[in-house]
Design a protein. Structure first.
Length: 320
């Protein structure tokens, strides 16, 4: 398939799996169009045109011509200079690699990835938190993240990919959206009553079982095996961790358990103070799960030769 088609499928699958409705996403994109139209002519050249059609700021073609043919890819969770050099070395040794795919954002996708945190507003609103509270807390957290990433050397890896003439793409939130919906569907269908039952369900997912075999299993961070659960909140998407102050709001809405890819120590302590159970599904395994679901969708269009590196492990699911 063409590189541009690969990218479009990633974005569209991410939209299909988003917690927001298609109408809500269209409104978000319309807001970006209005923002662009209101800019002075000399400022328009600094606006990222992908914001007019892609609601995921952390997902971009980073390097390469969208018209290039893609038949074989190498996929990793974190792809930086070292991984790009590995890809180039493998090509020297005869491996045909048409595209390097990263999960975590690089380049311009990292510089503005905090924009994707807007979807957290809808995640929290669906738990019963008022839109105004969700919006204010998420916006405050967005500014914090924006200040942190502002100082980063965003284009370092992209410059290297360009010098090596490698097609380079990152796909973050679309994959996280798929993992979010997949795990939520399993949990809601099986309706676990204890944290041990949640852990057992996660072990049935091959990505988590593989992580467990490598000493990184799903684990209970707050609570115990017999801790009961009823209203479960999922922290799988939204770019990065949400606002710390949101946990008090979630507790007030009846949330007693959180299943997260990961949490900072400060957030774990806050959940413990509020008597909210926390289960870590495992970060990298969750990322692999989302990527695998995305690759399954891509391969419905065309078969791809896939090489694994940087923490990613390919698992196939049977088509239904």
């Amino acid at each position: 398939m063409k590189f541009g088609d690969f990218y479009k499928i990633v974005v569209n699958k991410g939209i299909d799996a988003d917690v927001r409705s298609s109408k809500e996403i269209k409104l978000w994109l319309a807001g970006k169009k209005q923002e662009y139209d209101s800019l002075p002519l000399k400022q328009k050249k600094y606006f990222d045109p992908e914001f007019l059609r892609n609601p995921f700021s952390d997902t971009r073609i980073l390097c390469g011509d969208p018209k290039n043919d893609i038949k074989s890819i190498i996929v990793g969770i974190d792809v930086d200079g070292g991984e790009l050099l590995v890809a180039d070395k493998l090509k020297e040794k005869g491996k045909k690699i048409d595209l390097v795919v990263a999960h975590h954002p690089q380049g311009q996708a990292y510089a503005s990835f905090y924009e994707v945190m807007d979807l957290q507003i809808d995640v929290f609103a669906k738990e019963g938190i008022s839109l105004s509270v969700s919006e204010n807390l998420v916006k405050e957290r967005q500014l914090e993240v924006a200040r942190r990433v502002n100082a980063a050397n965003h284009l370092r890896a992209v410059d290297l990919a360009r010098l090596l003439k490698l097609n380079f793409l990152c796909m973050h939130t679309p994959c996280d959206n798929l993992a979010h919906q997949y795990v939520k569907k399993i949990i809601n269908k099986c309706n676990p009553k204890t944290l041990k039952e949640i852990i057992d369900l996660l072990y049935d997912v091959p990505e988590y079982a593989y992580a467990a075999q490598n000493n990184n299993p799903p684990q209970i961070a707050v609570g115990g095996n017999n801790s009961r659960c009823s209203k479960i909140h999922f922290e799988f998407t939204g770019g990065t961790e949400g606002p710390e102050k949101i946990y008090k709001q979630l507790s007030a809405c009846g949330v007693d358990t959180i299943i997260a890819m990961h949490q900072s120590e400060e957030r774990v302590k806050r959940c413990k103070e509020l008597n909210i159970n926390v289960v870590f599904a495992s970060h990298i395994a969750s990322d692999s799960l989302g990527i695998n679901l995305m690759l399954d969708a891509l391969e419905k269009k065309e078969k791809l030769v896939t090489y694994e590196f940087s923490g990613f492990k390919r698992f196939f699911r049977k088509s239904k």
